[in-house]
Design a protein around this ligand. Sequence first.
Ligand SMILES: *Cc1c(COP(=O)(O)O)cnc(C)c1O
Length: 414
Amino acid sequence: MTAAIFPQLEIPETLAAGPGPGNTDARVLARFAAAGVADHMQPDVLRGMVECKHMLRHIWGTDNIHTFGVAGTGWSGLDAMVSAVMPGDKVVAFANGTFSGIDALSLRIRAATKEEMAANPINPQTASVIVVEIPHGSSVDAQAVEDALAEHKPKWALMAHWETGSGRINDIRGFSDACERHGVLGLVDAVSSLGVADFRIDDYPGVAGWASCPQKGICCLPLTYAPVSFTDAYIDELKAHGAYAYANHPIFEARHWGIVEGKDVEKGTYHRTHSAYAVAAFHESLRLTLEQGIADRAQSYETHESVLREAVEAIGCKVTSNMTSLVVLDLPGNLRGREMELVQHCRARNFGIWPTLGEPVQVRIGILNQLNRDAVTNIVNRFAQAIRDLGGQADQDVIDSILNRRYGQSVAAE
Ligand SMILES: *Cc1c(COP(=O)(O)O)cnc(C)c1O
């Protein structure tokens, strides 16, 4: 047998203009590359992890001692968050798109009895998990949460904060209040909202567990850490009932971040290997977030999303989302049904927009870490060009005049 060594892997520079991953800041990549070779018990690595923990608490507005990062992506943090859900636990999950649908699956896996799991190992139909389906394109509102919790009286409830599949913001105020009223432990998938929306965990006392990701609002793709935060009530559940997990077990995982027996300690203790490169990159992305400030960043997303929205609406698209990190849209009438073709056309030109991942097929254009005039202009112009390439209408003069009006005449739009 001959061993084949493939040529070195070259990956092109693309414009990441989708729902995520976003564009990792050059400063973050520089810290990743500049970290020295060091193991996960080296003092500066441990100090970096402790500093990350403190910065994360600040960014997320919480005194929750169990606030740290879970190595991996969003699903790693979400896996840690649902780890306290035990077989047979009663859960209500709200699903209004791709990601909250997968959240519901992960709860059905956690809460399944042995028999339910054996009957359908990949997609257990768990009787104790009630999934409240909200149509694609709609948000989960306070009334839907109140009705479901009042009717089912579950132990746990889970909702996505921002459902990236359809670009819809769900009502975490209503969710938290209903969880408090009914004595339910709330869990929130905050994968898309952290670092983009201006909110504080401690304003939502009905929510016991939060999980996010590195590569969306925190702009740290070099597979680093999924931020998570848990209240003492959540940790008490783990202490009482345990979790069928080791690597993503919140109590074990917290130790390496210097959280031992519910207290901050000076340095972490071994839980699993951590990467000095990942710690350095994550640390820099948190510093960047704090430098800009959550409120300012949220404001900037609002501004630039509204420019993008106005421009695509002028092209005849119908926007159905209300998140500020992306627009989700239907193409103009004469291009309806050609969404996948348009997305593929753009992606072939290293312009990385996305379709929705299920029905109905829509186009998603994102602005993660693209918060300036040049970047939004580039995204709008490339999208308009793609519309024209497919035979649609996109009047460049109209687009230019929108961009000039919104951003001011002083700098010429490219
Ligand atoms: C992106 C996303 C996920 C999945 O995160 P990964 O980083 O792909 O593991 C889950 N939930 C929501 C709401 C998301 O936007």
